[in-house]
Design a protein around this ligand. Sequence first.
Ligand code: MF3
Ligand code: CO
Length: 251
Amino acid sequence: MAVTIKSAREIDLMRESCRLLEEVHDELGRFIKPGISTWDINRYGEELIRERGGIPNFLNYNGYPASICVSVNEEVVHGIPRKDRKLKSGDIVSLDAGLIYKGYHSDAARTYPVGEVSQEVMQLIEVTRQSFFEGIKMARAGNHLYDISNAIDDYVSKFGYGIVRDLVGHGVGTSLHEDPQIPNFRQNRRGIRLMSGMTLAIEPMINLGRYEVEWLDDDWTVVTCDGLPSAHYENTILITENEPEILTLSK
Ligand code: MF3
Ligand code: CO
């Protein structure tokens, strides 16, 4: 499938979809505390999406059985919410959520500390978030796609963290996953030229230890091979002639 350029009307719809998703994430962030289960997060998240008129786009996507991906500690992404998986102080939890509004998909992820976490793990969360912002400094019309990938890698590598290679960012629009794929690690080519009107989900997944990941037997949950924690940060952005608009982050 080709990379899509959104019209002014489509961009407005993307803005609306993403604004609603930002609200959902803000509420979920306030909900995180020791003692809640990952299923509680999913249930609340689905309610927040639906009460805004959105449809959870992850639910039943290729058979994924929930609306919010909830990944704890060494789980990188696509954790399946469970009633018997309770958060405790010292955990970190990554929430990946998306919705469809008037036919347009939004996609964003945040990683939160639960209670008190170690300095080491807090830095992982902060560097992962910052790597997104380092990447999108390059995200403007006329630059090339892999300028974003290389900027993320340059920043993260200074900390010695592992950058997940098996999963990447992507275009987003009338489908959750559109072209192009957007790696978070260094590429030896420039990639496509960025154009105004592209909407992209940029989503670094960063491991405290080594970059290798594997899949659990549920065929969804991605975990680090070394068992060390992983963080995820994602926003849907709009490419413009100047700085990108971060559609899932208005503040
Ligand atoms: N947010 C994920 C992504 O960026 C989508 C989750 S796929 C699901 O690709 F099936 F788990 F929902
Ligand atoms: Co995504």
